[in-house]
Ligand binder design. Structure first.
Ligand code: HEC
Length: 149
């Protein structure tokens, strides 16, 4: 009896340690979330290019402006968890003040762009240029280099 109990409790301990190990090594869900927020930005950008090329009606632009602004806001929220991993370089967490300032600017610029929905082309183009200035500047510093497909 005693022996059975000992074996059972041993098995329990192993199971318990496996569970806690699994929890420790599970990636933080905010990593996938921020990845999808960025992918959403990319998708809205591709749709905007389609509009610029005249493949999609210009009346659709406002939708993608708002998607982009919303995706920037959700990226900001996801990054604020400061979960190491994904394609984010550790330098982002080490230089958090700079990184989060860039995020703030990105959120502000995408919102400002969305606010030009009913403005003339020149105003929209200037705001769009401002939005695009954020992407590469941040990626070059804080994102792992992408492999070309
Ligand atoms: C303040 C920094 C910052 C800004 C601004 C920013 N990004 Fe990112 N982006 C990142 C980081 C960091 C990652 C990696 C996230 C991860 O996997 O941990 C990323 C990932 C991505 C990815 C996913 C690529 C992959 O395979 O992981 C895409 C697409 C992307 N960004 C597009 C954009 C576009 C387009 C813009 C501008 C409109 C933009 N980003 C603005 C920091 C930024």
């Amino acid at each position: 009896m005693k022996k059975t109990l000992l074996i059972a409790s041993g098995a329990f301990m192993i199971a318990a340690s496996t569970i806690s190990l699994a929890e420790d090594t599970k990636p933080d869900p905010s990593i996938a979330y921020r990845h999808h927020a960025m992918e959403l930005t990319k998708d809205s950008l591709i749709s905007m290019f389609g509009i610029a090329k005249g493949k999609v009606p210009a009346s659709e632009l406002v939708i993608h402006m708002n998607v982009m602004a919303a995706s920037a806001a959700s990226a900001q929220a996801a990054f604020s968890k400061k979960a190491p991993g994904g394609k984010t370089l550790d330098s982002a967490w080490e230089n958090w003040e700079d990184f989060s300032k860039r995020m703030d600017k990105y959120v502000a610029d995408t919102a400002a762009f969305a606010a030009t929905a009913d403005k003339d082309d020149a105003t929209q183009n200037a705001a769009f240029k401002q939005v695009l200035s954020n992407c590469k500047a941040c990626h070059d510093k804080y994102r792992q280099e992408m492999k070309r497909h």
